[in-house]
Design a protein around this ligand. Structure first.
Ligand SMILES: [Zn+2]
Length: 354
């Protein structure tokens, strides 16, 4: 095989695998098997450009590996790449594929120096600091700025395929009473009802709406660009090859539909359990402990009167007024940081606003 043939044989799957191995190299635009092009936007940043965009189809950002040890989302993106290389899928809408944190993926760890998914902000305190996650966050924000600057049309109230979306794909550290759930960032932008219907259709079981801004990647797209965006928790952390991809089949179908620019399978949003964050539990002092086992499942409820934390300075935190559902508990955060989200069930927002 000549080097020219080898270059011609470079597939999207090869490019994603090199990025996940932290060995991304610059590449010239490549023609995809089923039409359209893949364009290099930097290491782990690949824009898919359709030859013939499907009429009305809106763009997507599909990001994975923001936490390096969360491999199921990476396998989902590899599945898309394989389907595009094999012509089983055709690009019908602009799509930005993001391999979030290659160095952490290679290390098999959540992060190297600090949690990347707390750095998506232009606050001066978060930029220019040492640590590779700061530089990566800057690069990711600049890339989505350019992408949404070109493709961020307003959401459609009537058609999910006509609504630009950023889906930031994760898996959770612990078990969950709802293994697959969406975190809806806080922003002055309602999620259109057809998108809720697609979320149920993709096999998600619950939604946790944030009560305040937080510097996550999905919040950045929503707050900075007015794009409907979610952090999706898709089961539990596992090694490459150990993920239950059968349970994620409907999710894979949604991602494929986004790339093709067509509406995905929809289902009744009454099938989703909706929660809203009521408050954050914070660790104030070094003398801090949770009032429950560290490995409690996400969305475990605690009754009124339960002591859910003891802190040397802040004292006891006791559940008042109504039961709370604990999400993302972690006692070993630094002082001042969030040790858990405390949520309560709410009515489905979409059913009243459509
Ligand atoms: Zn994560």
């Amino acid at each position: 095989m000549s080097s020219r043939d080898e270059a011609a044989a470079l597939g999207l799957s090869d490019i994603l695998q090199a990025a996940m191995a932290d060995r991304a190299e610059p590449f010239e635009p490549i023609a995809l098997a089923g039409g359209g092009q893949a364009i290099d936007r930097g290491p782990g940043l690949i824009e898919l450009v359709p030859d013939r965009p499907r009429p009305g189809a809106a763009a997507s950002v599909l990001s994975a590996g923001i936490h390096g040890n969360e491999t199921a989302p990476l396998e989902l993106l590899l599945g898309l790449a394989d389907a595009l290389d094999a012509r089983r899928l055709q690009v019908g809408a602009p799509t930005l594929l993001i391999i979030g944190h290659p160095a952490a993926i290679v290390a098999g760890t959540r992060y190297i120096d600090t949690n990347l998914n707390r750095l998506f902000t232009h606050e001066p305190a978060a930029s220019g600091l040492p640590g590779q996650e700061y530089a990566r966050a800057e690069a990711l924000m600049a890339t989505v700025d350019a992408f949404w600057g070109q493709h961020g049309t307003p959401a459609s109230a009537a058609d999910q395929a006509a609504t630009p979306l950023h889906l930031d794909l994760h898996t959770a550290i612990r078990a969950s009473r709802y293994p697959r759930f969406a975190v809806e960032p806080f922003a002055d932008l309602a999620t259109p009802q057809p998108v809720w219907r697609a979320i149920v259709g993709a096999g998600l079981q619950a939604v946790l709406s944030q009560h305040a801004p937080s510097p996550t990647f999905s919040h950045y797209s929503r707050a900075q660009h007015g794009v409907v965006a979610f952090t999706l928790e898709l089961g539990r952390v596992a090694a490459f090859g150990d993920n239950d991809l059968a349970a994620l089949r409907p999710m894979a179908d949604w991602l494929a539909a986004r790339v093709e620019g067509r509406p995905a399978h929809e289902a009744d949003p009454n099938g989703l359990a909706f929660f809203r964050v009521a408050s954050e539990l914070r660790r104030v002092s070094d003398d801090f402990e949770l009032g429950f086992a560290e490995d409690v499942a996400n969305f475990t409820p605690f009754a009124v009167g339960t002591v859910i934390a003891r802190d040397g300075e802040a004292g006891e935190t006791v559940v008042a007024e109504a039961p709370v559902y604990v999400v993302f508990p972690n006692a070993r955060v630094e002082r001042g940081a969030r040790a858990a989200l405390l949520a309560r069930p709410v009515a489905a927002p979409a059913l009243t606003s459509a």
